[in-house]
Design a protein around this ligand. Structure first.
Ligand code: NAD
Ligand code: UFG
Length: 343
């Protein structure tokens, strides 16, 4: 199949492109490189022996995207492109609402025009906000607590409405839990700009000596050790979930809209992650307990049953593998893509 991958040079996108190419699909990446590096394309080629077509463009640019759609006949779209930092979304709602919503609007408008039958959308467990109970199933109500989360919710509602109105279009919204890890080659991985917001890149940067110590945001939550519990999922498992979703819609053309959790179903605390990582590197990670981070919740993990039943997908990699691969990526690329040791 010919697949358009927006945001395909980013963290989750690049791993998904690798899985699609390994699966035998042809891939066209559109990315404006606002949060990624073009060297990713070389890395993808080393891993797969195939080079995806790449177009540097903003998905919100209708005219440019019209040119892309007129050149290729896509069988499906995977839409990763977007802005993803919760804190930044509170400060810059205009950027978030525009980038995250207009991009999907442009794609669906062009899907209708060029008869592209399916789209897979990157959603997030953040749409559930603070759930009353865990594990979380897809029928839980929207409880978004920040602009970023609301852009994901609005996209889902938009896709629901458009797939009803245009029965020739199908959509699956994949609600990711906490992606970590990297491709086992150490050639592609997460490359946050500046000081990382997320737990795993922060830990790996402490381990390599770039940051002094980890701050653990609160140890007084109602969890087994007081620190926050999340459902960490290996990015390669997540990537495979996208291949499964594309295939599902290829075989079930009468689908309108589906929302599906991609998680492992297992909740680990911050201290569980720290200790698992310490086991891999054979030394301690310095940390301090600080106040809770504003907006954080105690516990969030998925019920992944729907993904298993519908997509025949389930996460395979355990926490040890997630830590090992995160660490390999970090030591091979101590400064990220720009000045890595690999090239
Ligand atoms: P990322 O920033 O690494 O990748 C996003 C890519 O999209 C980047 O390469 C960026 O340059 C590109 N991009 C952004 N706006 C664009 C635009 N208008 N036109 C073209 N390209 C554009 O992020 P990621 O972690 O790979 O996340 C991918 C998607 O998954 C995002 O939509 C994000 O909201 C969602 N998501 C991520 C997480 C996570 O923890 N990483 C969790 C849940 C959902
Ligand atoms: N944490 C720390 N110290 C840090 C960073 C994080 O203690 O330096 C803790 C947090 O308090 C939380 C856990 O580690 O308990 C995980 O935090 P992350 O920032 O890695 O992830 P979040 O669960 O807060 O958020 C992530 C993405 C969001 C997405 C959400 C649900 O960043 O975009 O998962 O998918 F919405």
């Amino acid at each position: 199949m010919q697949i358009l991958v927006t945001g395909g040079t980013g963290y989750i996108g690049s791993h998904t492109v690798v899985e699609l190419l390994n699966h035998g699909d042809d891939v066209v990446i559109v990315d404006n490189l606002s949060n990624s590096h073009p060297i990713v394309l070389e890395r993808i080629e080393i891993i797969t022996d195939k080079r995806p077509d790449f177009i540097k463009a903003d998905v919100c640019n209708f005219e440019k995207m019209n040119e892309v759609f007129s050149k290729y006949q896509f069988d499906s779209i995977i839409h990763f492109a977007g802005s993803k930092a919760v804190g930044e979304s509170v400060e810059k709602p205009l950027l978030y609402y525009r980038n995250n919503i207009e991009s999907t609007w442009v794609l669906v408008e062009l899907m209708e025009k060029y008869n592209v039958p399916s789209i897979i959308f990157s959603s997030s467990a953040t749409v559930y906000g603070q759930p009353d109970i865990n594990p979380i199933t897809e029928d839980f109500s929207y409880q978004c607590t920040n602009p970023y989360g609301r852009t994901k919710m609005i996209n889902e509602l938009f896709l629901k409405d458009t797939t009803v109105a245009y029965p020739n279009i199908s959509a699956i919204s994949l609600r990711y839990f906490n992606p970590i890890g990297a491709h086992e080659s150490g050639l592609i991985g997460e490359d946050p700009q500046g000081i990382p917001n997320n737990l795993m890149p922060y830990i790996t940067q402490v381990a390599i000596g770039k940051l002094e110590k980890l701050s653990i945001f609160g140890d007084d939550y109602d969890t087994h050790d007081g620190t926050g519990v999340r459902d960490y999922i290996h990015v390669v498992d997540l990537a495979k979930g996208h291949v499964a979703a594309v295939n599902y819609l290829q075989e079930h053309k009468d689908t309108s809209f589906l929302a599906v959790n991609l998680g492992t179903g297992i909740g680990y605390s911050v201290l569980d992650i720290v200790h698992a990582f310490e086991k891999i590197i054979g030394r301690e990670i310095p940390y301090q307990i600080t106040d809770r981070r504003l907006g954080d919740i105690a516990t969030c993990y998925a019920n992944p049953k729907k993904a298993k039943e519908l997509l025949n997908w389930e996460a395979k990699f355990d926490l040890e593998k997630m830590c090992e691969d995160s660490w390999r990526w970090q030591i091979k690329n101590p400064k990220g893509y720009v000045r890595s040791n690999v090239f």
